[in-house]
Design a protein. Structure first.
Length: 250
């Protein structure tokens, strides 16, 4: 059933995200061609083209972030919650469906950003330096005992880190919704409290929050993946508990 919820969520959000991706690619093409040709000498027009590119990227980022917040809040805690919680699915399945859809769109945004970067480099210059950087990165990975497993672990850690942040946002919104008023403020304070607890635990157990992936070994990646998994489970449980046992759709 989680798969059906995920499919529904992707369809609902694709109407927003796919046009945004198209806008990003078109804005990149226009800016790159403008810089490469050098035919547009009008300062005002150049400024407008460059500003349009950065605005398009910023809007895509903001809209993607707001969509994560809005879909969770509106569908589960707003008026649509009456419908969602009457479906033959569990509360955790509702949460996972939205979290996985958000993860997919965030990873998709990263992929589209990479494509835009390649388009920009290809039009305005050559790919030699980019290819060299890729070769250097692969040489670094190849030096590992099991390079493919290492690469899979890095990708899994990135995805788990993003999913943990999504669950943290959901848990914060769920906690803020317990307030009778000023629920947005409650959500922000809950997020700040969760962050403070994370830093406190990291300090107590002498854990490194930021690492250089290129220097990390398999043991470090495994530990970090376990920590991210624990965060996903903890924040997922908080969101589930508050929605399943203390839900107020007033």
């Amino acid at each position: 059933m989680t798969g059906k919820l995920l499919k529904y969520e992707l369809k609902a959000t694709a109407r927003v995200m796919l046009p945004l991706y198209l806008v990003m690619i078109l804005a990149t093409l226009v800016m790159a061609v403008n810089l490469d040709s050098g035919k547009v000498n009008n300062f005002i027009l150049n400024t407008i083209i460059n500003a349009a590119f950065f605005i398009a990227v910023f809007v895509c980022f903001v809209v993607g972030t707001l969509m994560i917040l809005q879909r969770f809040y509106k569908n589960l805690l707003g008026s649509e919650g009456y419908l969602m919680f009457t479906l033959p699915v569990t509360t955790m399945q509702n949460i996972l469906g939205k979290a996985l859809a958000s993860l997919i769109w965030i990873l998709g945004s990263v992929a589209v950003g990479a494509v835009c970067g390649l388009i920009f480099i290809r039009i305005t210059g050559d790919l030699s330096s980019f290819i060299y950087d890729l070769q250097f990165a692969w040489q670094t990975i190849s030096s590992r005992e099991n390079p493919w497993l290492y690469l899979i672990m890095v990708i899994a850690l990135i995805a788990a880190g993003i999913l943990e942040r999504i669950m943290k946002i959901y848990a914060s919104i769920s906690a803020g919704h317990q307030w009778s008023s000023h629920r947005i403020l409650g959500s922000i304070l809950a997020y700040a409290a969760f962050s403070a607890i994370e830093y406190l635990l990291a300090w107590m157990f002498k854990l490194r929050i930021w690492i250089d992936v290129a220097e990390a070994n398999m043991r470090t990646l495994t530990v970090l993946l376990c920590i991210a998994g624990a965060g996903i489970a903890a924040y997922g449980f908080i969101a589930w508990y508050l929605l399943d046992r203390h839900l107020n759709l007033e």
